[in-house]
Each structure stands twice: as C-alpha cells, then as structure tokens.
Design a protein. Structure first.
Length: 138
C-alpha cells in the first residue's frame, strides 16, 4: 500500500447563496458529509460553516479525484436533507462549483482551527477572504 499525505481545504455554498443551512439542517448536513467521506476513506479533519456555505478540511486518497469527492459528498448530503424533509417548501441544493486549496502538514492546525471557528470569524469579520471564495452561481 502506498504512503500518501494530501490535505485539502474545500469550500462550497448553497444554491444562490441562500441561507439554507439552518440550525435544524446543519447537523443533518454535517453528518451526511462525514458519512459519505468515511465511505470514500477520506478522513475529515474539520467541518463547519455558516448559513450559506461550508468548509471542510479533508485528506483525500490519491485514488479519488478531488472533484469526485466533492460531487459525491454534495450529492449525498443534499439527497439526505431532501429525503428527511420531503414536505419542505423548497428542495435543499448546493451551488454547482466549489473552491479547493491544498495545505501541508505545517499549516494543518491553522486550517483546522480556521474551519472550526467559522461562525466566530464571520460574526467578528475576521475571515480570510481568499479562503472564503466560491465560484459565482451559473
């Protein structure tokens, strides 16, 4: 078995940046993201966000393309929300794109701390703009 050590900081938003990640939905979404990532053998180091986007620090194995991991995790988490809340006024959806950043072992703790403190960063205006970017909605 090969040795690998790949760390990614991945960010994606809700469809049209709607504040759809409510306190009710957040644990459902986060559990679904964790579940699917575990199935893909990609350990999550940190997961957090605010009402319109999420951040994940994850170690994705080389056999899985980052785009495949993102696609699978987003699809699974939105499907789980919509299955659990079939009578919701609007279906829960993610935007199409995402942002992905790599980081090394020396920056691992910084990335994990930044993600774990997402709500605090947004509340106090201490975000890192480069780490908050997501592609514009198509």
């Amino acid at each position: 078995m090969p040795f690998w050590l790949f760390y990614y900081h991945i960010v994606w938003a809700t469809r049209y940046r709607q504040p759809a990640i409510t306190p009710l939905l957040e644990p459902i979404i986060y559990e679904a993201i964790r579940h699917k990532s575990n199935e893909l053998k990609a350990p999550i180091l940190a997961l957090n966000g605010v009402a319109d986007h999420v951040h994940v620090a994850v170690s994705i194995p080389p056999a899985i393309a980052v785009a495949k991991w993102v696609s699978d995790v987003k699809a699974y988490s939105s499907r789980e929300v919509n299955l659990l809340l079939p009578d919701a006024e609007t279906k829960f959806q993610w935007q199409r794109g995402y942002s992905a950043f790599t980081f090394g072992t020396s920056r691992k703790q910084y990335a994990v701390d930044y993600i774990r403190r997402q709500k605090e960063h947004h509340a106090h205006g201490t975000i890192e703009p480069a780490l908050e970017r997501t592609p514009d909605e198509e």
